[in-house]
Design a protein around this ligand. Structure first.
Ligand code: 5AD
Ligand code: SF4
Length: 471
């Protein structure tokens, strides 16, 4: 018989899933009903995908997945990229404690990026004693094993790894959408932008083997997926450290060949690594969506240097111009930080200049948040009251260009992937154009997951109202 310590990691975790199933079944007998579980995700697409992996295991071991946090098991998959995400977690933990007092069976787990920060762990140990399980980003693959520890031990279970070179394949995943899915192609980040905590909490860059990625996508397509999003902190440096190096553009070409797959998205691109090869591949692709997220962060070369972004304002503009020229229907979206240490009104003028010239289709604008341990935290900070005014100026400009950009498709017919019944009006469905713009139009649930042609009748700022037309 194979000893559990000698098994490969995937088999080991399936062994623990079996074992955890027994614990959950026993709990179910005690409760006289199936135990419930709720997974709440904070932050980015990476976290959303990680939560699907958690749900995959939870379903497999017998939990009923519900949306209500008044459940027998609640997991917060946390984010720490900006401090407001952390504050939300602390606030909501107070509410969970109230539920737990009424339900003594309740277990609370915390995982994700925030848990990789030692100060956070100290704070939880001291002030949130009612939390039962804490794990981090590097050991999420051993969730089944941790679940067993939770059932088999008294007191708080804490397991945080500093880093890992491990990538564990083939664990269960439960997708939120039947027709679209994120796929991790790499983990971690090597860039060390001076404001960013991600490299510290997600570790160094590790690319998945292209064969594993293709196999996973083929499996998803066989299961009804038509749109995928390749996920990585910096997808443009995918494959550089593999034993047999391959470029992101080459990977995209391999993915394109998968029959039955209709749309390919990816996130996020670092401007310094976006190659001409990638532009060529996007230009000739039938499946790669007309949407590129290209974080600018700042339009001032002085600030970009302090941020360690490794491109200048001019280099960014040149790249954006090249993309606009080669692929005119490509929507370009971005991230912008306002209030980075040392940023003046003149620096913000430069950012506004870039926004006007690139004409973003959409932009996420963030107020700089000081992250302990990052180089920028030690720099002289900009007073809060000065930041607000600059932030509003940037936001206003972004809204102007986005309106103008989005409206350029008015009256055209385009293909839309229907995602869901409209949240506010159940006679409508909501879908997404290749360039990521949302469209609402009359339809019913039978359309969800289908690609249909829609006439873009009325532009309402960031979205369209339309009607379906025969293809
Ligand atoms: N403060 C504000 N925004 C940040 N981002 C990353 N770190 C910080 C920070 N410390 C933003 C960047 C990045 C996006 C995911 O989050 O714009 O592109
Ligand atoms: Fe953070 Fe920069 Fe890496 Fe993005 S590229 S995750 S902003 S360090």
């Amino acid at each position: 018989m194979t000893n559990v310590t000698q098994m490969n990691e995937t088999d080991r975790q399936y062994y623990f899933m079996e074992k955890a199933s027994g614990h959950v079944a026993k709990l179910g007998e005690e409760l006289g009903r199936r135990p419930t579980c709720c997974v709440t995700t904070f932050g980015c697409q990476m976290n959303a995908r990680d939560s699907e992996k958690l749900v995959g295991i939870l379903e497999k071991v017998g939990y009923e997945i519900i949306e209500d946090e008044n459940a027998d098991f609640v997991i917060y998959n946390t984010c720490t990229v900006r401090d407001n995400a952390n504050q939300r977690v602390y606030g909501r933990l107070g509410v969970l404690n109230g539920y737990k007092r009424k339900n003594p069976h309740m277990k609370i787990a915390l995982c994700g990026c925030m848990m990789q920060e030692p100060t956070v762990i100290e704070k939880i140990k001291n002030s949130y004693r009612f939390v039962d399980l804490i794990f981090g980003t590097h050991n999420i693959f051993k969730f089944a094993e941790l679940l067993c520890s939770l059932f088999e031990n008294e007191g708080m279970v804490i397991d945080i790894w500093k880093d890992t070179d491990k990538i564990v394949e083939d664990l269960p995943v439960e997708r939120k959408y039947s027709f679209k899915s994120g796929i991790n192609i790499m983990f971690g980040c090597n860039n060390f932008c001076s404001y960013c905590i991600v490299p510290y909490v997600r570790g160094r860059e590790r690319s998945r083997n292209p064969k594993d990625i293709i196999r996973e996508i083929e499996g998803l397509v066989a299961d009804g997926v038509v749109e995928i999003m390749l996920l990585g902190q910096n997808v443009n440096s995918y494959g550089k450290n593999l034993e047999e190096p391959i470029t992101f553009a080459q990977l995209l070409q391999d993915v394109e060949r998968i029959k039955g797959l209709e749309r390919i998205r990816f996130m996020t691109s670092h401007p310094k690594d976006l190659s001409d090869e990638l532009i060529e591949v996007m230009k000739h692709s039938k499946k790669i969506c007309r949407h590129l997220h290209l974080p600018l962060q700042s339009g001032s070369t002085k600030i970009l240097t302090a941020m360690n972004r490794r491109y200048t304002k001019e280099q960014y503009l040149e790249l954006a111009e090249k993309i606009r020229k080669e692929i005119p229907d490509m929507a370009i979206t971005t991230d912008i930080i306002v209030g980075f240490p040392g940023e003046t009104k003149e620096d913000v003028d430069e950012t506004i200049d870039v926004i006007r010239r690139v004409k973003y289709d959409n932009a996420f604008t963030f107020i700089y948040s000081k992250r302990t341990g990052t180089p920028a935290a030690a720099m002289e900070q900009v007073p809060e009251e000065l930041v607000k005014e600059q932030f509003d100026r940037v936001l206003k400009t972004v809204q102007e260009t986005a309106r103008e950009q989005v409206s350029r498709y008015q009256g055209q017919i385009c293909d839309v992937l229907v995602e869901e019944i409209n949240e506010n009006d159940s006679s409508l469905v909501t879908g997404r154009m290749s360039n990521n713009t949302l469209v609402h139009f009359p339809g019913d649930i039978s359309l969800v997951g289908k690609l249909v042609n829609v006439s873009l009748d009325e532009c309402h700022g960031f979205y369209y109202m339309g009607h379906m037309v025969q293809s």
